[in-house]
Design a protein around this ligand. Sequence first.
Ligand code: V4E
Length: 224
Amino acid sequence: MSVEVERKFLFTADTLKTLEQIGVCIGQREFHDQYFDTPQFDLTLRDMWLRKRKGCWELKCATADVDDCKQPVKATSLCTRYKEITSLPDIHTKLREVIKEDKNLTLLENIETGHKRFPLEDESWLGAMNLICFSEFTTLRRSFTVEEQGVQIDLDQADFGYDVGEIEVLLSEAEDVAAAMGKIERTAQILGLTGDQKIEGKMSVFLRRYRPEHYEKLLNAHIL
Ligand code: V4E
């Protein structure tokens, strides 16, 4: 399991020029994302984001703000932190903690431990937990690294007409969030990102435009 610390920003042609001077372009790729939740929004109302990208499942969960008091206010308000779970059995375990399952579902039982799990060969677990796709879109992403800062910078263009950049540091759970926020803050300064407004991510814009009821619920719950 890793922790992703990131800050989003709006980019211009000038940002791109600076990035080409201070960083190295490590590639461009396109991917299609599908996000899932129950009709009652059991996951996203807990700030949990279940996604399928290029055939792989991922669950992003908000982390507890344990050491935010050590951070400058600006860094904590502009950066987000999410744990990323990518192993499907671990994703199922986490989902089963928060979603009531269909009582008629088929679970496989480990005879030695008595633990029950969903079959991994198909996606029947989605139906068993009443998970449906609420958002899907394609992103064109250009990625850069700035080695001196140890960060990755992604410039994303979503197919529904929203462009957003992100400065990102991936940590193992034991690593230092404060140091990651410092790297992000220094990179933001080099890129000339002076604003202290939190920038909307692709999902926030998608929901606001196409799923206003869901958006409203998340806004009222202070998730977005
Ligand atoms: C965590 C989250 C969502 C899941 C997708 O997160 P995000 O990093 O925005 O997407 P993407 O495509 O850049 O993923 P990556 O390729 O880096 O894995 S959707 C909404 N959230 C919550 C959230 C939030 N509350 N505030 C901000 C600024 N962003 C995301």
